[in-house]
Design a protein around this ligand. Sequence first.
Ligand code: 8YV
Length: 328
Amino acid sequence: MADKKPLVILTRKLPDSVETRMRELFDAELNDNDEAFSREKLLEAIGRADVLVPTVTDRIDADIIASAGPKLKLIASFGTGVDHIDLKAAREAGITVTNTPGVLTEDTADVAMALILSVPRRIAEGNALIRQGGWSGWAPTGMLGHRINGKRLGIVGMGRIGQAIARRARGFGMSIHYHNRRAVHPDIEKSLEATHWDDLGQMLSRMDIVSVNCPHTQSTHHLLSREMLSRIPAQAYVVNTSRGEVIDEIALADLLEDRKIAGAGLDVYENEPEITPKLMALDNVVLLPHIGSATIEGRLSMGDKVIINIQTFVDGHTPPDRVIEVMI
Ligand code: 8YV
């Protein structure tokens, strides 16, 4: 790879300045029309590339990795989540995988907080009411929602994003509870006045709002199963800005329809861009199109990270954001 510029294939359109820099540094093959790669196109690309730059919309499974050409040594993903890549297959094939952690923490936490506010206070419903011409003026009992201040927030997954949400929620007067494989550092716990729950079910049964912030892995797939979801009190809300697969989406839709959960704010779905039809019909649900990290600043930083990861790798060093299976 050292003598000539590596062939770097991007599966999606990235911000212009990121693509310009990629073209300066590498033999970059862009996807100008931004159409997601078909499986055939992905197979073809991975057979030729030195470096593949996929996103969450590409499923890089073991079969795709088995088709990688001899030159493919790096998959530099544009995004933090890596559940779309079979990490074990990549490791066995001697392919390094990198991601872009850290730079989308605050943006994703903002969207989670927006959902935490939107659902109990019926923000999206109110907006729809006016636009549909259904507002006849202020009324003492009109559009009543629930207060945020003083409520208990249960964060499932207290990593970078979970902690960033906790900091925001504290400003809104919420108390912080969390479930995580390990308790966070005592200093962090203290500064957030956060309570660690070993038992997820017990925590869920005592919360007013539940926010899902753990990565999707084999052990978190349907972590919020029908059984776990049914522990959530009927007056509580669920927010998910992580990965749809962490929640049994059909079970959630059933419970929301039966008003056994008061409402939900979702930015991610089990089978994106498909959405369980029942969710679309419910007025106690706010649906966003996976925009957690969708800021110009965030996407530019993600692009910078991808470039640094590729250049460091090409220069013969370990890239800063190398993903190791045990990390997730
Ligand atoms: C990204 C995300 O935009 O980074 C992640 O894990 O969920 C998104 O916010 C997406 O993954 C880009 O590939």
